[in-house]
Design a protein around this ligand. Structure first.
Ligand code: NI
Length: 194
């Protein structure tokens, strides 16, 4: 017959059990930030500029930047957003904030066409295109919705989500940038990420 555990020994068993529970909890809690830190929006990309250069997410590090998806045939939403972004940038002369305008219509929007299109906006806006596969990949990482909407005579529009992604200088998604305010207010916020 074994002796019943002394009071002291049973207390140690309880303490040991509590330590195991705490260790488990710590593992669970410590693992969580690792999961949360995985980017939910954004990721690696490699796309083409009009002058034949490749722009990657790595090239953007060091300065905050905006990513906007659209297409050059867009009748209304894209030019409006690009004009609003340009107005905000105009309040920040010489500041290193770039804007990537990425086409969702690589079939028609060659890098050159996108470059020509953005040339009527702030020069810090860079037009980007790529192969349909590359575009699809970047759309996925940014959770972009884009779908062809057939029109007359084989023509088509692109239905697409219109989110202005603000990325910080480390390339992390900050927020959907609000353009529904004055250019000065938008500029003030952008400046705070420099
Ligand atoms: Ni558009």
């Amino acid at each position: 017959m074994t002796r019943p555990m002394s009071k002291l020994a049973s207390r140690w068993v309880l303490i040991a059990a509590a330590a195991v529970v705490l260790a488990f909890a710590a593992v669970l809690i410590l693992n969580r930030p690792a999961q949360l830190s995985q980017p939910l929006i954004g990721g690696p990309f490699a796309l083409q500029t009009g002058d034949g250069k490749t722009v990657t997410d790595k090239d953007m590090l060091g300065h905050p930047y905006i990513v906007y998806f659209g297409y050059t045939h867009c009748p209304d939403v894209c030019p409006t957003a690009l004009a609003q972004i340009s107005d905000a940038l105009a309040k920040l002369p010489g500041k290193e904030i770039k804007v990537l305008f990425i086409t969702v219509d690589p079939e028609r929007d060659t890098p050159k066409i996108v470059a020509d299109y953005v040339s009527s906006f702030d020069p810090r806006i860079i037009g980007l295109s790529g192969s349909p596969e590359e575009i699809e990949k970047v759309e996925k990482t940014f959770r972009v919705y884009a779908k062809k909407a057939p029109g007359k005579d084989g023509d088509y529009a692109m239905d697409h989500s219109s989110v202005v992604y603000l990325m910080d200088k480390k390339g992390r998604f900050v927020e959907a940038f609000n353009l529904e305010r004055s250019a000065a207010e938008s500029a003030k916020e952008l400046e705070s990420y420099l």
